[in-house]
Design a binder for this molecule. Structure first.
Ligand SMILES: *Cc1c(COP(=O)(O)O)cnc(C)c1O
Length: 223
């Protein structure tokens, strides 16, 4: 897609978002030029699935204080060191081992890392994320890690041709979010609920999402 079209898509998306909802551009496979166009349109957060790809694009577009970087894909522990240097938030913490590894690398560079817990809301075998019933125990343990700031939940609902079918998974993740918020754990502030993609973000917002991760609707279909 041309830069002008991407810029315009971003503006259109931003116009439809309530003020309380923040847009994350899901930028996997997009060129530096496409990403620059999205930023001109008003994108302030770039989401990446792979550390390597985020590093390459960051190198190309340079430091920009107006842009923040979120890890939205599964993080391998052997990439945690680089991830900690690159990202401003890791949305995909789904095990204590991963949380401890990220915490350790943060401690070395004296960084406090905002993190979300990824929930496997559809309890799908082939997906990452912690099962909903295991979230509370994980959150209690993660809240003890001094260099992580636990700020909410993220989920990827199962895929359906009909976006409405994703609604129950957003609803149940919202209920879990509220339940955990009500516990008022020390060191946990439940601020962000990251859910919804191009086809489902409106539904996710209706169910309480305040971070939406959008790729296709912004940049066009991936090749
Ligand atoms: C690719 C991706 C998205 C966005 O998907 P689109 O359908 O292109 O909007 C959102 N979240 C994650 C984790 C992704 O990998």
């Amino acid at each position: 897609m041309s830069s002008g079209v991407i810029e315009n898509n971003v503006r259109e998306i931003l116009e439809t978002l309530p003020d309380s909802v923040t847009l994350v551009a899901a930028a996997k496979t997009r060129s530096a030029d496409e990403v620059r166009a999205a930023i001109r349109g008003g994108v302030k957060i770039l989401g990446y699935n792979y550390v390597q790809e985020a590093a390459a694009i960051k190198q190309e577009i340079g430091e920009n204080p107006a842009v923040r970087w979120h890890m939205i894909g599964h993080l391998q522990r052997n990439k945690a060191k680089q991830a900690v240097e690159l990202f401003d938030m890791i949305e995909t913490i789904d095990s204590l081992r991963l949380a401890e590894t990220v915490n350790r690398h943060c401690a070395k560079i004296d960084k406090q890392m905002p993190v979300l817990i990824e929930i496997n809301s559809g309890r799908e075998r082939n997906k990452t994320g912690v099962f909903p019933e295991a979230a509370e125990a994980l959150i209690k343990k993660v809240s003890d890690l001094s260099h992580l700031k636990l700020q909410g939940l993220m989920t990827m609902a199962p895929f359906f041709d009909d976006p409405e079918k994703a609604r129950p998974y957003f609803k149940s993740t919202r209920l879990l979010f509220d339940k955990i918020a009500a516990f008022d754990f020390v060191n946990v502030s439940m601020k962000y609920l990251s859910m919804g993609m191009s086809d489902t973000y409106q539904i996710a917002i209706e169910e309480g999402a305040n971070l939406v991760r959008i790729g296709t609707r912004m940049f066009g279909p991936r090749k």
